[in-house]
Ligand binder design. Sequence first.
Ligand code: TYD
Ligand code: MG
Length: 451
Amino acid sequence: MKSRVQFVCQQCGANYSKWVGQCNNCGEWNSLVEQVVENASDKKSALEKGKLSGKTLEFVKLNSVVPSDEKARLTTEFEDLNTVLGGGILEGSVSLLTGQPGIGKSTLLMQICAEVAKSRDVLYISGEESAGQVRLRAQRLGANSERLNFAASTSGNDIAKTIESGEFDLVIVDSIQTLAMDEISSAPGTVSQVTNCGNLMIRAAKSSNTAVVIVGHVTKEGTLAGPKVLEHLVDVVLNFEGDRYGGFKMVRAIKNRFGSTNEVAIFEMAETGLVEVQNPSAALLAERTNTDGSVILATLEGNRPILVEIQALVTPSNYGYPKRTASGFDLNRMNLLIAVLERRTKLKLSDKDIFVNVVGGMRINDSAADLAVCMAIASAVAGRQLDEKYVVFGEVGLGGEIRSAFRPAQRIAEAKKLGFLNAIGPRTVHDPFVLPAKDLRETLNSFLKQA
Ligand code: TYD
Ligand code: MG
């Protein structure tokens, strides 16, 4: 029998018999990888015969089943992370922790292990680091429990078997991209390895009621290196994002079968590992100096209100084509807002370079950031300042009108808590704390003052 090869898109998992430059299914370029199809003819023959090889399932009355214990959760030392998880790591659940290399995934998991191993049996499996290296980190993080075990392995089969043994309450697998299964010939990190190893571990976790956390590296674009498919298979997908070098790092649930996806846990990397930031707004505002181009935005990270400084810098363009750079904010959105500013106010921006920065390495994903970005740019251009005791929130429409924002009450509460006197926000918010903003032009005129 001749073995057949096929080309599988590493982005979406679509397969092709011939190599193509762009995947027809998801549109990704240069994402196809050659793979050998195992026993193609065997699989085919069963299907061709038209016979069903399976057996009838055994089923039970659902109301007679004992529900799994919602309370049997492995809690971590991090309160906010427990909230993100919906109360802790559920027994028998499989979670995927994704993030860029170096963000702190291994550190976070070792800290979780340290806590859980105080009362449970934990196994940390690494395919990337040796026992000595992991021990060094464990020592630094104070993970000294007798019940914390380590194994170095890259075999999907061995790891699944170990999980299935039920000897451990929690198993960490660092990382999925290093694993390979004997039955599959393609390299570690490819779609078939990642999904098949993932499946094997999930089955083992469910049958032995073992909690498993799998680490997955993501590419620069933010997608799981290897396939997206894995995200559909696991129970919980946690994303670890933020700046690799200093600044805040956030853990957010993108998917959670046992909790909400609106919570975030905010961390900072310290000498002794990750520490939760209890009051991010205060930390973000600590170094603020009120100059032109600086505006405080009342934003939301999931359910958490956060005050963050938006800075804009505007300089004359040296070349014909003005430069626009955004850090922590969507560049397309910024260009759109610049167009609105040009058209709806008297500001002239086409001959200026504009730089916008969100302080503290935060990435803003909130349409209510529009007004703060517009005000920061206008403030920088005009050399005028916003009162340092004001916060800003509101979406800006193409007509220059200020539109309503989600959960204004929480934004207001956070601003009050940090001693701000007023908010500039949409007219639809009826609260004496909020000074109504009708449209961009009027708002800029009435609130930006000559320093
Ligand atoms: P790591 O957890 O290995 O990242 P990942 O597993 O996501 O690739 O480590 C992230 C960085 O954190 C690394 O550059 C070293 C640093 N670090 C500290 O600053 N303090 C510490 O206590 C530890 C363990 C790591
Ligand atoms: Mg690591």
